[in-house]
Design a protein. Structure first.
Length: 545
């Protein structure tokens, strides 16, 4: 007699003769729809603005070179962005061609995870639920990068874990290898993946059937490959622990003394924010069927009732214990919904799997599907409308910045497009990187180290430019420059007192007519002037002679 863990969910719920055909097959297979959605988002992102958002600009700067670590974030997304940049150049197109296919991949992996527990239609509900989680359904579209990748890897890990459990670990050596790859990439995507994975493994190992499956033949491949992939970055992380964690610790706002009320309130708010839209749509679609089961309850072959419910309870319990410990032990007072996303994304999948009778509700399923599609299209339209948001709140957004006009003005002012760019903030530096792909771009700002960091940073980049025989462009945007930035920037720059600072006033795009213009201050120091005036190069030349 076969174990219930080995019964494929799709085969249990639908006979082979009932497979969808024709147009129904298109609706049953999410891939064509997801390819079309990803292509639409790529087209919209490229069309609406050449300007970058915060995380996009960060990627343009980091992806100028390959290294084992990039400050507070793991390196995999930047490695992928570097590769795409080699094909398409540092551009908005390169950013979109990486992010939106990764978002589609997350939907595919969640659909595959759903197929391990549900039939085709309900698996679609589980996958579509991702767009009802605002950190993924909107903020990932608007700006986020690493969160997109970790979401895809988390969905893939759940798919492979459930597949191994459903097959009782029999003949799953390829799945264990793939799980190791997925987990290694997940750890290189975002560190919150580790908590999700640990909670999932602990929950599955605490139940007899899944535990036997996860220790099936070849299980060690998963651990070996995952650790091998993460090891080089892990070594870098140990050597740069303070730099890698300083930004995260700052964002968490760890209190010097107990502030449990603040931390707990923020934690509950972010959890509710992440799941509320999905819960509202699901309740509106299916109503009382969520809690009022039919009498007698239907017998559904292959339904993993024996292990799924305790696994979900224990998974959520582990997550809750860790998050509460962060509040009550570590005094963390700030949480972000993007941190919650990898931890909470299996909740809709498990909820649908624990209510298999919902599949018989034709009307409720149609309402859920139509609402989900409508909200996905609404997110696409909202993304296309972002440059016009300034009309609503009366202030310019990054997509309103006149970056193309700035490029032309800098060319007219003599900038050669190759001199090193040293900007007052990384948003400006990243945007200029896409306009001048032959120029190295960097940002210098105070961060957490005090204003002296600006002087040291600018001086270091000026010296690098001069050693390379390059000119350098020092530039700031009034809307983002720190107070006293120019004084600090020129404090240790050779001949800084004699440098002439110029100003550009350029109108914002798609804003109200009474909006003041964007103001950029810059100093352009050409390579020829640098060679004749630089004390660094003069000293090097004298030493060579």
């Amino acid at each position: 007699m076969k174990s219930s863990l080995s019964v494929p969910a799709g085969a249990a719920n639908a006979p082979a003769a009932a497979r969808p055909a024709g147009l129904s097959a298109l609706y049953a297979n999410p891939l064509p729809w997801l390819i079309a959605l990803a292509a639409a988002h790529v087209a919209v992102r490229v069309a609406i603005s050449p300007v970058l958002k915060w995380d996009e600009a960060e990627q343009m700067l980091w992806a100028q070179h390959l290294t084992l670590g990039y400050g507070p974030q793991p390196p995999l997304y930047t490695w992928l962005q570097w590769g795409v940049n080699q094909l398409f150049g540092p551009s908005v197109l390169a950013l979109a061609l990486l992010k939106f296919p990764l978002m589609a991949l997350a939907y595919v992996f969640m659909w595959l995870a759903g197929r391990e527990l549900l039939d085709r239609r309900a698996a679609w509900w589980a996958a579509g639920s991702l767009c009802l989680l605002p950190p993924f359904g909107w903020y990932a579209i608007s700006d986020l990068t690493h969160t997109v990748l970790v979401t895809a890897m988390a969905c893939g890990a759940w798919w492979l874990l459930l597949r191994i459990v459903r097959r009782s670990g029999n003949g799953c050596q390829r799945e264990f290898i793939a799980l190791g790859l997925m987990c290694g990439c997940g750890m290189l995507a975002k560190y919150s993946f580790a908590l999700m994975l640990a909670a999932a493994v602990v929950a599955l190992l605490s139940v007899r059937g899944p535990r036997r499956a996860l220790f099936g033949r070849g299980w060690w491949w998963a651990a070996l490959i995952g650790l091998a992939l993460f090891a080089p970055h892990g070594w870098w992380l140990l050597e740069h622990w303070r730099a890698a964690t300083a930004e995260t610790v700052r964002v968490m706002s760890i209190a010097p003394r107990h502030a449990w009320g603040v931390g707990l309130s923020d934690l509950l708010e972010e959890i509710c924010y992440t799941l509320a839209l999905w819960a509202i749509v699901a309740l509106a679609a299916f109503g009382a069927r969520w809690w009022r089961r039919p009498e007698p309850a239907p017998e559904i072959p292959g339904w993993p009732a024996a292990w799924l419910r305790p696994v979900l309870r224990r998974y959520l319990a582990v997550i809750a214990i860790v998050l509460l410990a962060m509040v009550f032990v570590a005094n963390v007072t700030v949480f972000k919904n993007r941190w919650m996303l990898p931890l909470l994304l299996p909740v809709p999948l498990m909820a649908f799997a624990l209510r298999p009778e919902l599949d018989a509700d034709q009307r409720g399923g149609k309402r859920f599907a139509v609402t989900t599609l409508a909200l996905a299209l609404l997110a696409l339209l909202a993304a296309a409308a972002q440059p016009w948001f300034a009309y609503a709140d009366g202030r310019p957004h990054p997509f309103n910045y006149p970056v193309a006009q700035l490029e032309q003005a800098l060319h007219k002012a003599g900038y050669d497009g190759r001199g090193r760019i040293i900007a007052a903030d990384h948003l400006l530096a990243g945007m200029l990187r896409t306009r001048f792909p032959a120029a190295p771009a960097n940002s210098c700002h105070t961060g957490q180290g005090g204003v002296a960091d600006v002087a040291d940073c600018v001086a270091a980049h000026v010296q690098q430019a001069e050693r390379a025989g390059q000119g350098w462009l020092l530039i700031s945007f009034d809307g983002r420059a720190e107070s006293g930035w120019w004084e600090q920037a020129l404090a240790r720059t050779p001949g800084g007192d004699a440098l002439s600072r110029e100003r550009l006033s350029l109108p914002f795009l798609m804003v109200r007519h009474d909006q003041p213009p964007a103001r950029y201050d810059f100093v352009w120091h050409p390579a020829a002037a640098a060679a004749s005036a630089s004390p660094v190069l003069r000293a090097a030349t004298a030493a060579a002679q």
